[in-house]
Design a protein. Structure first.
Length: 221
């Protein structure tokens, strides 16, 4: 079984948490693309979706699914999204697709966050995947110096502008044994829009697809 097949298994399993007539949050990325396709093919028929990116908005609308602004939708019962890494406490690194800020907003607005991944995304300690940090362009060099001061090696994501008009620094070299503390520190720097650590508000459920099937995990105590 390919990695793509494992992603599709996880995406299909997430349909069990969607109910007829719901307005749900929908994330961004290759696993979520499977979820959108399967939601269209197999239902249930939702009222609308709140999307975390322009790319997902286009996919949803192409499937005939209404996309609603979060300000109109209010609190959401469910958010479905992928991740670049997930630890045993269901803390995540997200933002490989560049939508980390809107993803974090929709996650915060949702009562339940179901994260869908293939087994390659599960790690013991976060940090092998470069940590994305969305930055206001004029602050790029200043934030890069601060990240170096933390022991990281930031690199500008070339030719990428986020849906919010900002740039992304991808940071390697950080061993994130206390991701909540790192998230809080980076988020308070002027010029940082969002850091791709979903640790303070991680996933509530992690659905992991693999060649052997699907496993649903809750946070380790």
């Amino acid at each position: 079984m390919s990695q793509d097949d494992a992603k599709r298994r996880a995406a299909e399993a997430a349909l069990a948490y969607v109910h007829e007539g719901d307005t749900i949050g929908v994330g961004t990325g290759s696993t979520v693309n499977h979820f959108i396709e399967l939601l269209d093919q197999k239902g249930p028929r939702i009222e609308a979706a709140v999307s975390s990116s322009e790319a997902s908005t286009e996919r949803l609308r192409a499937c005939g699914i209404k996309v609603r602004d979060l300000n109109q939708a209010g609190a959401l019962d469910l958010y479905v999204d992928g991740a670049d890494e997930a630890d045993p406490h269901l803390r995540l690194i997200k933002g490989g697709g560049g939508a980390l800020t809107r993803e974090k907003i929709v996650a915060e607005a949702s009562r339940r966050f179901v994260c869908i991944v293939d087994e390659s995304k599960c790690v013991r300690v976060l940090g092998d995947f470069p940590l994305p940090v969305e930055v206001i362009p004029m602050a790029r060099s200043m934030i890069a110096r601060k990240l170096v001061g933390m022991g990281g090696q930031p690199k500008l994501r070339e030719d990428v502008t986020t849906d919010n008009g900002n740039v992304i620094l991808d940071v390697t070299g950080l061993r994130l044994t206390d991701p909540v503390a790192v998230e809080q520190e980076i988020n308070q720097w002027p010029g940082v829009v969002c850091v791709g650590l979903f640790a303070r508000r991680g996933a509530d459920l992690l659905i992991v697809g693999s060649a052997s099937g699907v496993e649903t995990r809750q946070a380790a105590s």
